[in-house]
Every structure is written in C-alpha cells, then in structure tokens.
Design a protein around this ligand. Structure first.
Ligand code: SIN
Length: 428
C-alpha cells in the first residue's frame, strides 16, 4: 500500500510517469477528472488497477478518478503538473474515499493557466479539429494561422491539428478545458452534450430557409447571448462560422419519410438530431465523426447526414450508394478557447487573436458554399454515388414529418430560446 509520505507532488508524478512508461510507453502523466477518465477507458485502466493495488482498494473507478494517464502530448502541455478540479478537492469526503491524504498539494487552476501561457510561448497556439484540411473548417483554421503569424511578425505561432489527429469530438472539449489545446471549433450540435442544450436550436430541422437566416442569429444579439453562456463550462466563444446545409445519405434514395423507416442513421450527439431521425422512422446511432465512415463501411449504420464537403472529404461516397439533397438542417461551428487562458493573455494579444479569427471566419463563410459546390462536382465525377434532388412536395412531406420535433425538444432547448429564434427569423 502506498504510504502517505509518498503522496507528495513529485513522488506521485514520478510514479505515475513510471507506470505510464511501463504500461503504455507514455512519458508523462496527468490527473484528470472523473468524466475525462471515463472516456479514456481502457487506456487508463491498467494504471488504475496498479494504483488500486497500492492503495489496497478493490474498486477501480475510485482510483481512476485521480490517477488517469493521458497521452504524452497532453501532459507535456501542462508541464507534467498534476491537476484536479478545485471543487473536487474541496470535497473532503470524496478525497477520503479516493484515498488522497490531507495536505496533498496539487496544481490549482491558476497555476494551470500559467502553465498554459508558458506552453503557448514555447509551442504557440494549438488548434485541433476533426475534419480534413480541405473542408470549410480546415480552411478557416489555416487562414487564421496565416493571418496571426503574419500580423504578430511570427511571435504567435499556430499549430493546426486536423482530422482528429489529436482529439476526436468526444474529447476535444475536455482537452481544451485541461489546457492541452487552445482552440477547437466543434459543430454547434456538440454543445448540448457539455451542458449547453440551447445550442441545439441550430439543429432544428427546416428552421432556416437559407444562410442569411442563419447569419441573423450567428451575427446578431441572439448568437452573442448563446456564446455568453460558454463561461459556465470554462470556455469562451470567439465566433461562429458555417459549413452549410446537410444532406442525407444511405444505400437507397431518401426522398420520402417512408424511405427512412428502420434505417440506422449515424447522428452527432444532439438530442434534436436524434429526435429528427426518430420522427422520420429511423433509428439514430450517435457516433464520433471519425468513426462514421468505418461504421458505414461495416454496415454498423446504414446512413448519415452531413454537408457534402464533409461527406466527400471523408470518402463516405465510397461506401454509400445514394445521396439525397434534402437540405433539411444546418451545420455550423463555434470557435472556443479556454476561459482561463483567455483571461491570462495580454489584452493586445487577445485583440490580435480575436481580430484574426473574425477575418478567418468571414473568409470561411464566404468560401464554405464554394467548398460544398466543389465537393458536389467531385462527387458527380467520382460516379460512385447517385445524387437525388427532391421536388417541392417531397420536401414538404419531410418537413411535415419532423414538425413535432421543435415542440418535443422545447423543454430541453428552453422555450425562451426557441421564441427568441422565431422572433428573429420572423423579422427577416
Ligand atoms: C464537423 O464538421 O466538425 C463534424 C460534423 C459531424 O460530426 O458530423
């Protein structure tokens, strides 16, 4: 059993690092919170078991709460410090259950912010995303990098990690909160899952007639009010940008509600999108973006929805015979950063970053439509997938089939938010 004296910061860190090395070849370790641990799953289980043994505990999950090992690149970013959320430490009973003796010193949130700043000076801003470089998001990130590096005279460097190379959509926000990356741009559909369900109003089917209608929200006071809620989760929202309208794919045309019946449709982690699929008679299956193509190829799911640029750049056309141009819903993004990092930046750097982002996002909005058109053209040339346009009656029938979703999800999104949305849209 681990002696109490061994629970000083250095020893704990050294031991975790040694364990991490022995088990996984990772060279650093970091204490992370319960939810993150749960997502790391197997990767940390071996280490958790070892710590269990030392602490004489039989319940792996207790140890896992504070002894999870993360990848080398994550831990390096917080300079090997141990971090446990402060509120967690304030809970003496919880600490006791987990076997953490009193007086153990861990890195506080303030220290963590300083670590982030040091790391930022050394390595620059890290922008992680899950799509390819040729998509609207990939181009926006690239454009931001070019702008900020030029305007700061090379002082602020940006590393862009595309295609889920660092994190997938299940862990990128967690990584941002822990200071492992500095900027992410999740689709708006992924904010509900982290305690901001009001963002799911963007997922309501057939609610936006065109991109101008979307812009009245994203560039107006309602969009700002939504971003103002992000600090609740330790995040700051720096702006929105488009991908575009989503289309439906499967191995058959999807033109009428009856075409969807019993299909397993991959969806993002949004209750609104899941309800939309159910309303059409399909079975929603929530999967990370990076897993979608493989799941389609293996027949784990039958179809999916996405703008064409995402569909094409993930090569989903190689595994789906039909794409139906339903344009039934919108997919856009919010660029977010870590609130502590943002607060600790010099105000001149904050303004530099914000301005470069504003311009990169405006550029993305101008080019997203072109990206989707080019992807459609490339898809036609590839000839692997039949492309179907819907006539007005078919769109009307799809719209009617999903009409009840707004009412069903009003409590989750919040009636006030829905009313505010309707008010802005009715003014157009
Ligand atoms: C993205 O565009 O970031 C991914 C969207 C999805 O998960 O479908």
């Amino acid at each position: 059993m681990l002696s109490e004296s061994a629970w000083n910061r250095g020893a704990v860190r050294r031991q975790l690092i040694a364990d991490a090395n022995a088990h996984f070849g990772y060279s650093s370790a970091l204490v992370i919170d319960e939810s993150a641990f749960a997502k790391k799953g197997d990767m940390s289980a071996g280490v958790a078991r070892q710590w269990n043994g030392r602490l004489g505990k039989t319940d792996n999950s207790q140890v896992g709460v504070f002894a999870a090992v993360v990848r080398d690149r994550v831990a390096a970013l917080v300079e090997g410090e141990l971090y446990v959320p402060e509120d967690w430490f304030a809970d003496a009973a919880r600490c006791q259950t987990a076997g953490i003796p009193e007086g153990v010193e861990f890195c506080t949130k303030g220290e963590m912010a300083l670590n982030m700043i040091h790391r930022l000076r050394r390595e620059g801003l890290r922008f992680s995303h899950v799509v390819t470089e040729e998509t609207p998001k990939g181009l926006a990130a690239r454009h931001f990098k070019d702008l900020i590096e030029e305007r700061s005279g090379g002082r602020i460097h940006v590393q862009v990690f595309p295609n889920g190379r660092l994190y997938g959509d299940h862990d990128e926000i967690q990584a941002l909160k822990l200071g492992a990356v500095d900027l992410v741009a999740p689709s708006l559909s992924k904010f509900g899952r982290i305690g901001l369900p009001e963002f799911e109003l963007f997922d309501l089917p057939f609610v936006f007639d065109n991109l101008n209608a979307v812009r009245r929200i994203t560039l107006g006071p309602l969009g700002q009010r939504l971003l103002d809620g992000l600090p609740r989760q330790g995040l700051v929202g720096l702006g929105y940008f488009d991908n575009g309208f989503k289309q439906m794919s499967a191995n058959r045309p999807l033109l009428e509600p009856r075409d969807f019946v019993n299909l397993r449709m991959r969806v993002q982690a949004s209750r609104v999108i899941a309800a939309q699929m159910r309303a059409l008679g399909a079975r929603p299956v929530t999967l990370a973006f990076s897993e979608t193509r493989r799941a389609l190829a293996a027949g784990v799911v039958d179809g999916t929805e996405n703008p064409i640029s995402n569909f094409y750049t993930q090569k989903m056309h190689e595994v789906q015979s039909d794409l139906s141009l339903t344009e039934h819903g919108y997919l856009g993004y919010a660029v977010v950063t870590n609130e502590r990092l943002w607060r600790h930046l010099k105000s001149t750097d904050r303004e530099l970053i914000h301005q470069a982002l504003r311009e990169a996002l405006a550029f993305a909005n101008q080019s997203a439509d072109t990206q989707n058109q080019q992807a459609l053209q490339a898809l036609r040339q590839a000839g692997t997938t039949r492309i179907h346009s819907l006539n007005q009656e078919q769109r009307t029938r799809l719209r009617r089939a999903v009409q009840a979703v707004q009412q069903q999800l009003a409590d989750r999104i919040g009636n006030g938010w829905i009313k505010a949305l309707q008010q802005v849209l009715s003014q157009g």
